[in-house]
Design a protein around this ligand. Structure first.
Ligand code: TIU
Length: 219
C-alpha cells in the first residue's frame, strides 16, 4: 500500500487495484473554437494544467497504475444528445454544429481529440461519454469491475462539471477517490476552489484531494 498526504486525511491505495481516470482533456475544452469557447468561456486557463496532467500520467504508467481517458462526445446523429442538453444556454455554436475544429462535441471530429501532449497509449481505454459523468451510459463501471479496481485517481476538466460529476458517481458506487488538485482546472477559479473544498468537507464526503507532489511522495 502507498500512503498519500491528502486532505482531509491520509489516502491509502494499492497501485494494482487503482486506476487513473483523465477526464475530457480534449481540444473541445482546451483550444479556441470548441465547445468550451462556444459556451462563452475563456479557454486559456485550462491549457495551463496540461504539463502537470502529463507528469501525472507518466508517474502512474511508471507505477503500473492503469490509465483510462474520457472524452465528452456525441454520436454524429446526436441520438445520444438529449434536446435539453443541445438547447441549454445561448452558445455561439450548439453541439453538432460546424466549428473550426469540426462539429462541436461530436465523436470522431478533430476537436473531440485528446490534446496531442496527452495522447493515450494504444492499450489505454478511451471512454466516449454523452454526459458529464463518466459512468452514465458508458462501459466504465464494468471495465473497472473486471479489472478489480477499487481506487480511482482523478484529473482533468472541468473541475466542477465533468470531474466532480464523475467523482460523485464513483463515490456512490463505492470507489475511494483522490482528485489531484493541480491536475484539474475550471473556467471559473472560484468554482474550482469551492469544488475541492466540498469534496473533502465532512470527513471526505466525496473523497480526498492532494497535489501531484504529494502523490509522487507517496510511500
Ligand atoms: N462547461 C463545462 O465546464 N464543462 C463541460 O461542459 N464538460 C466538462 O466539464 N468536461
Amino acid at each position: 500500500m502507498l500512503v498519500v498526504a491528502a486532505a482531509p486525511s491520509a489516502y491509502s491505495f494499492d497501485p494494482a487495484t487503482t486506476a487513473l481516470v483523465v477526464i475530457d482533456m480534449q481540444r473541445d475544452f482546451i483550444e479556441p473554437g470548441g465547445f468550451g469557447e462556444a459556451l462563452g468561456n475563456d479557454v486559456s486557463r485550462l491549457a495551463a494544467i496540461v504539463p502537470t496532467v502529463r507528469e501525472l500520467i507518466a508517474w502512474c504508467r511508471s507505477r503500473g497504475i492503469r490509465v483510462l481517458h474520457t472524452r465528452e462526445g456525441h454520436r454524429p446523429d446526436l441520438t445520444d444528445c438529449p434536446p435539453a442538453k443541445r438547447r441549454r444556454g445561448a452558445p455561439k455554436a450548439r453541439i453538432g454544429d460546424a466549428g473550426p475544429m469540426g462539429r462541436i462535441l461530436v465523436d470522431g471530429e478533430p476537436g473531440n481529440d485528446i490534446v496531442p501532449e496527452l495522447r493515450p497509449e494504444p492499450e489505454e481505454p478511451v471512454i466516449v461519454k454523452p454526459g458529464k459523468g463518466a459512468f452514465w451510459a458508458t462501459p466504465l463501471e464494468g471495465m473497472l469491475r473486471d479489472a478489480g479496481v477499487t481506487h480511482l485517481v482523478l484529473a482533468g476538466v472541468t473541475t466542477e462539471v465533468c470531474v466532480q460529476t464523475t467523482m460523485r458517481e464513483a463515490n456512490d458506487r463505492g470507489y475511494e477517490c483522490l482528485l489531484i488538485e493541480d491536475a484539474t482546472e475550471s473556467y471559473f477559479p472560484e468554482f474550482k476552489r469551492a469544488t475541492l473544498e466540498m469534496i473533502r468537507a465532512q470527513g471526505g464526503i466525496v473523497g480526498w484531494t492532494a497535489p501531484l507532489a504529494a502523490l509522487r511522495a507517496a510511500r
